[in-house]
Design a protein around this ligand. Structure first.
Ligand code: NAG
Ligand code: NAG
Ligand code: NAG
Length: 344
């Protein structure tokens, strides 16, 4: 491949002339230039008859299919110059055309523009992790220890390794950018996030997709029903907290929370208006009280859906007979009707 260099105007022009018309135009231009030279140059080109006269023996006239002898010289100096000039011009054109052709194939753009300077704020984020956990939390919405734990869970996921020649960015960076993105409101665009991380918007999307993929792989590890021993321990914990033996079976709690949306959704927008006087989504979470681990959830309900209604989408609502032992129940506030757990 010829050395890469920015295309000149002439090369761009040659590119435009490319494809079907280019091939036809170049010989035409050469022909035209020869004609112009013929008209304006002092010694006119020889006619065919004059050419014949120059050769003593007509047999020496070059046959159209003959190989040109190495010692062949055109009859006049002018003619020689005309032919070499034309050939040089033609060669130049062909060289620059094929250089441009290769260049465009390689870069896939006609006008490459200027590379965008990129400055990453990630080093500052990781500095905060050591010296200013509060700022770390402000940026990625979690404590450094939580970040490290999630990183240790996902960093060996195969999505972060592939056969590509270009190694991916460290998983730590990919996780940080994704969490930063998750923690922004609708008034921050992907472009803003890309600028913050010093990468392109496409890369922000790729990081997010990979991290989401790896995180979903952790679903069953993070959300699981407590073991029998954990439940027994939890019951003792409840008694120690409330000091009342009768409540020992209440080791789970449920509540809903509304997450505000940036703007009213275009479709069925009013249905998202919740009791927090904003357009929101309802999330139900069942927690294991001693550790506050989530054991069940329901997501995706519109903000106007009542907590008790959203609770019907949880796993435990449908399978409480199997999941809860005799006499076990769930702590909830008055928004949840008590009959939900009746007979359990
Ligand atoms: C985006 O909106 C949130 C919530 O109103 C606000 O706290 C934040 O400062 C805003 N960010 C920008 C960059 O305007
Ligand atoms: C994002 O990932 C896709 C698929 O692996 C890849 O083709 C694309 O070039 C990536 N984009 C960026 C900006 O790295
Ligand atoms: C083998 C493997 O895991 N390849 C992954 C390489 O990365 C892309 C995303 O950038 C994944 O889609 C592939 O699965």
């Amino acid at each position: 491949m010829p050395p890469r260099r920015p295309p000149t105007d002439r090369q761009l022009w040659a590119y435009v002339v490319d494809n079907s018309i280019g091939a036809a135009l170049i010989p035409f231009i050469v022909f035209l230039s020869m004609n112009i030279l013929q008209e304006y140059s002092p010694p006119p080109l020889l006619t065919f008859q004059q050419m014949l006269d120059i050769f003593d023996d007509p047999d020496e006239l070059i046959h159209p299919h003959a190989v040109i002898p190495a010692d062949f010289r055109p009859p006049t100096l002018f003619r020689e110059r005309l032919i070499t000039d034309t050939l040089v011009t033609l060669e130049d054109l062909i060289t620059s055309y094929s250089a441009l052709h290769d260049d465009i194939l390689y870069r896939r753009v006609i006008n490459p523009g200027q590379p965008i300077p990129k400055i990453s704020h990630l080093p500052l984020l990781f500095w905060h992790s050591d010296y200013s956990p509060r700022d770390f939390r402000r940026l990625v919405r979690m404590a450094p220890a939580a970040f490290e734990y999630i990183l240790s869970r996902i960093e060996n996921h195969p999505i972060f390794f592939n056969n590509s020649n270009n190694a991916q960015a460290p998983v730590r960076d990919q996780l940080a950018v994704t969490l930063y993105r998750f923690g922004r409101y609708g008034n921050v665009t992907v472009g803003d996030i890309a600028e913050w991380a010093g990468v392109s918007t496409g890369t922000v999307d790729n990081y997010t997709k990979r991290v989401m993929f790896a995180l979903i792989g952790q679903h069953d590890h993070a959300l699981r029903w407590p073991s029998h021993a954990e439940i027994e321990g939890a019951k003792r914990w409840v008694v120690s907290k409330v000091g009342c033996e009768t409540w020992r079976n209440g080791y789970l709690g449920v509540d809903g929370t509304l997450s505000e949306l940036f703007e009213k959704p275009a479709w069925y927008g009013d249905a998202f208006f919740g009791k927090n006087a904003a357009f929101s989504l309802n999330t139900q979470v069942v927690t294991f009280l001693p550790t506050l681990r989530f054991v069940d959830y329901a997501i995706g309900n519109a903000g106007s859906v009542h907590d008790s209604e959203a609770f019907r989408m949880t796993h435990i609502y449908h399978h409480h007979a199997r999941l809860l032992g005799p006499g076990e129940w769930i702590w909830a506030d008055s928004a949840y009707p008590s009959e939900t757990c009746e007979g359990v």
